[in-house]
Design a protein around this ligand. Structure first.
Ligand SMILES: [Zn+2]
Length: 220
C-alpha cells in the first residue's frame, strides 16, 4: 500500500494540478456527451446538417480528451517547459484522427456515406491499436525516441475507443464487441488510462535519461 502511495507521490508531484486535469477530463466528457444529445435535437434550418454538427462535436470532444490525457502525462512540466504543449496538440490530433477511417471505408468525403457504414471501420478495432503499440515498442529498440510516440498513440487512440464504447462497446477483433460502457465506467477508464500512461512515462524517463529529447514534436 505504501509503495503505491509512494509511486503516486513521485509521479504526481503537484496533486492539485493532477486533480484539476482529472476534473477537466470528466467535465469535457460530460459536456461533449450532453452537446451530442442536444445536437441531435437541434434544427439549424438547413444551415448545417445535424450529422455534420454531431460529427464536429464528437471529434472536438475526442480531441479535447486526447489533449487532456496527454496534459496529465506531461503534468507539472507543462508549467515549466512550454514546448510540452506541442505534444498535447499532437495527442489531440491523433485522438481525433481515428474517425478518418469512416471516410476511408466509405471511399468518399460525403458525411452521409461515412456515417452510414454497414460495419465499424478498421481504426475502431482495439486489437489494431494494441498491435500498433506492440510494433512501435518493437521499433523503439532501434529508435529509442519512438517511445514518446508509442505512448502518445496508445493514450490518444485508446481514449477515443473507450469514449466510443459508451455507444457501441469496444471492438476486440476477432472476439467481437464488449457490452456498452456506462458513462461513469468509460470516464473512469479514461482517468485510469491517463494515470497509467503518466506512471509509465515517469519510469521510462528516469530509465532513459540518455535520451536528449522527450518531445515528439522535436523528435520527428
Ligand atoms: Zn470514433
Amino acid at each position: 500500500m505504501s509503495s503505491i502511495l509512494e509511486t503516486l507521490r513521485v509521479c504526481f508531484p503537484t496533486p492539485l494540478l493532477a486533480f484539476f486535469l482529472c476534473l477537466m477530463i470528466v467535465t469535457v466528457c460530460l459536456i461533449g456527451d450532453a452537446m451530442l444529445t442536444k445536437a441531435a435535437l437541434v434544427n439549424l434550418h438547413g444551415t448545417y446538417s445535424v450529422p455534420m454538427l454531431r460529427a464536429f462535436v464528437d471529434s472536438s470532444t475526442h480531441a479535447a480528451v486526447g489533449f487532456l490525457v496527454w496534459a496529465m502525462v506531461e503534468n507539472a512540466s507543462l508549467l515549466t517547459d512550454y514546448s510540452k504543449w506541442g505534444n498535447c496538440i499532437v495527442a489531440a490530433v491523433l485522438a481525433a484522427s481515428v474517425d478518418v477511417d469512416h471516410f476511408l471505408a466509405a471511399g468518399s468525403f460525403r458525411l452521409e456515406k461515412a456515417l452510414h457504414l454497414e460495419k465499424r471501420p478498421p481504426f475502431h478495432n482495439t486489437s489494431l491499436v494494441l498491435l500498433g503499440t506492440l510494433i512501435c515498442v518493437f521499433l523503439s529498440k532501434w529508435r529509442p525516441k519512438m517511445w514518446v510516440f508509442t505512448l502518445m498513440f496508445l493514450s490518444s487512440w485508446l481514449s477515443h475507443h473507450i469514449r466510443d464504447a459508451n455507444h457501441r462497446g469496444l471492438w476486440i477483433a476477432p472476439f467481437g464487441h464488449t457490452p456498452l460502457f456506462s458513462t461513469q465506467f468509460y470516464i473512469l477508464c479514461i482517468l485510469v488510462l491517463a494515470v497509467c500512461v503518466r506512471i509509465s512515462v515517469v519510469f521510462l524517463r528516469s530509465s532513459a535519461s540518455s535520451i536528449s529529447s522527450e518531445n515528439f514534436v522535436r523528435t520527428v
